[in-house]
Design a protein around this ligand. Structure first.
Ligand SMILES: [Zn+2]
Ligand SMILES: [Zn+2]
Ligand SMILES: [Zn+2]
Length: 126
């Protein structure tokens, strides 16, 4: 495995979940701060929750490759429930806190990739 950071990378397929995290999470080559095979920059440290299975994944492609069903975005009527995981401090944020916030974790200050919110329609019900 090609991994500069020295952290273990783990791929988890449904129905299993990655037991390193406090929430149900699965993805492809996931690092300890939820970077994945598809998004691996300094800033790629969030995992997003899906409405279909209520599991978190680092990105859409991770869900597509590790779940056994089509994705559904996080539903509008549950925007106050935890729907985003900060991979650095492992706090969960509500969809509303994430979408209304700055591109940083309100608890630990880790910077988030602003590109994620540009794809928000894929993750959060518009
Ligand atoms: Zn799903
Ligand atoms: Zn991914
Ligand atoms: Zn954090």
């Amino acid at each position: 495995m090609n991994d500069d950071s020295g952290y273990e990378r783990r791929t988890t397929h449904a129905p299993a979940t990655d037991d390193r995290f406090p929430v149900s999470l699965r993805g492809v080559a996931v690092g300890s701060e939820t970077r994945c095979a598809h998004w691996n920059s300094e800033l790629d440290v969030v995992a997003l929750r899906f409405g279909c299975c209520e599991a978190f994944a680092p990105c859409h492609a991770c869900h597509a490759e590790t779940a056994d069903h089509d994705p559904e975005p996080w539903p509008q009527d549950r925007f106050d429930d935890p729907a985003v995981l900060c991979g650095v401090c492992r706090t969960t944020l509500s969809a509303r806190t994430y979408l209304d916030g700055t591109d940083a974790c309100p608890r630990c200050g880790a910077e988030f990739n602003p590109g994620c919110r540009r794809h928000r329609d894929r993750y959060f019900e518009p």
